[in-house]
Write a protein that binds this ligand. Structure first.
Ligand code: ADP
Length: 330
C-alpha cells in the first residue's frame, strides 16, 4: 500500500441522520481523504452532552449518523471509526490542556458567543470547554489535517494554539499542530434560503430521506424573494435552489436554468421539481447502500467497537508521552 501522507481526524456530535450541510461541508472530505491519509473519525457523544437536554436519542442518533458515514463511503477496514466516550483518555488530555488555556480565549470565540445567544440559560462549564475537548480529540491522535465545515475553523485555530502553549510550557514537541481542510462547498444554506443548513433551524434536507420526503422539502424552498409571479423574471444569483442545481444538475441544465429563470421561461415550481429529481438521482446509490447495511443490525456497532480498540491503542501511546512531557510521577 502507498505511504500515507499523515493522519486525519474529524468528529461530529451524534445528531442522527445527516443533512446536505454535513455531507457537502464535511463528509465528502472524510471520504476523499481516505485515499491519502490514515483517517480517524469519531462520534463525539461527550461533546453532545454540552447542549442536549435529554440523552434519550443518543444511541439511535449515534447509529444513524455512523450509518450515513458508512453509506457515504467510509471504509472501516482502513479508517478508524469510533465513539469518543469509549476512549476516555481524551478527558484526561482535555484536563491538561485546560491548564494552559486562558479563559478569555474561550469566551471570546464566536462559536461560544453564538451558543450563549441560542441558550442563555444553559451556559455550563463544559460548554465553555467545548473547544478544549475538541483540541484534545485532535491532538490525542496527532492529526495533521482536520476536515470540517468553515464554522469550525476557529476551533482548529484554537487547537493549534493549545498545542503550541502545551509544548512551550513543558518544553516538548509531543503535540502536533493541525490544519483545517474545507470542501468545495464549505457552507450549505438551508431551505429557508438564509441561514446555514442545520437541524436546529429545521431548514435541512436529510441525505437518507426518501425521494418523496426530499421533494416535499425542496418544494418548500425559498427562492428569489423579488420574483412574486410566474411571469416575473428571476435572479438565480440570489436563489438557493439554483445553488443546489449547481451541485446536482449537469452543466448544460445549470446553463439552461440560468437563462430560462432570467427570462421567466421556467417557473420556480418546475425549477424545483427538476432539482429534486436530480438530487434524488445523486443520492440513490448512497440510499441503496444504506438500506443494505441495515440488513445486519449489528454491523454499525461492530464497526464502532472495532474502531474503539484501534483508537484506544493510539490514545494510550500519546498519553504516555504527554504525562512524561508534563513530568507527572510514574
Ligand atoms: P458538530 O457541531 O459536532 O460539528 P454538526 O452536525 O453541526 O456537528 O456538524 C458536523 C460537520 O458538518 C461539521 O464539520 C460542520 O462544520 C459541518 N456542517 C454542518 N452544517 C453545515 C452546513 N450547513 N454547511 C457546511 N458544513 C456544515
Amino acid at each position: 500500500m502507498a505511504q500515507k501522507k499523515g493522519r486525519v481526524f474529524s468528529g461530529a456530535r451524534p445528531t442522527g441522520r445527516q443533512h446536505l450541510g454535513n455531507y457537502f461541508g464535511a463528509i465528502q472530505n472524510y471520504i476523499g481523504l481516505q485515499d491519502d491519509y490514515d483517517c480517524v473519525y469519531c462520534v463525539v457523544d461527550v461533546h453532545a452532552l454540552t447542549t442536549v437536554e435529554t440523552t434519550r436519542d443518543l444511541i439511535p442518533n449515534t447509529y444513524e449518523m455512523a450509518l450515513d458515514w458508512l453509506a457515504s463511503g467510509m471504509r472501516p477496514e482502513e479508517s478508524v471509526i469510533f465513539i469518543q466516550s469509549h476512549v476516555p483518555e481524551v478527558m484526561e488530555l482535555h484536563t491538561y490542556l485546560s491548564m494552559v488555556t486562558p479563559l478569555g480565549k474561550l469566551t471570546d470565540l464566536p462559536t461560544f458567543k453564538e451558543k450563549v445567544r441560542q441558550a442563555p440559560n444553559n451556559v455550563n462549564y463544559g460548554l465553555v470547554g467545548y473547544p478544549v475537548l475538541m483540541a484534545a480529540d485532535i491532538l490525542l491522535y496527532k492529526a495533521t489535517v482536520v476536515p470540517v465545515g468553515v464554522d469550525q475553523a476557529p476551533h482548529v485555530e484554537f487547537t493549534r494554539e493549545a498545542a503550541r502553549s502545551f509544548n512551550y510550557r513543558y518544553g516538548t514537541s509531543v503535540l502536533v499542530e493541525p490544519d483545517c481542510k474545507f470542501t468545495q462547498i464549505p457552507k450549505v444554506i438551508g431551505i429557508d434560503g438564509q441561514a446555514k443548513m442545520g437541524k436546529s433551524l429545521d431548514n435541512h434536507i436529510e441525505i437518507a430521506a426518501t425521494p418523496e420526503e426530499t421533494s416535499k422539502r425542496v418544494m418548500s424552498m425559498v427562492t428569489d424573494p423579488q420574483r412574486q409571479r410566474r411571469s416575473d423574471p428571476g435572479n438565480p444569483d440570489v436563489c438557493n435552489v439554483f445553488s443546489f442545481h449547481k451541485i446536482f444538475s449537469s452543466p448544460e441544465e445549470v446553463a439552461s436554468i440560468n437563462t430560462e429563470c432570467r427570462s421567466a421561461g421556467i417557473g420556480c415550481v418546475d425549477c424545483k421539481k427538476r432539482m429534486a429529481q436530480n438530487l434524488n438521482a445523486y443520492f440513490a446509490p448512497l440510499r441503496e447502500r444504506r438500506s443494505k447495511l441495515t440488513e445486519n443490525p449489528n454491523y454499525v456497532w461492530d464497526v464502532l467497537h472495532d474502531g474503539d480498540k484501534r483508537a484506544k491503542a493510539i490514545a494510550e501511546q500519546t498519553m504516555q508521552e504527554v504525562r512524561e512531557a508534563i513530568g507527572l510521577p510514574k
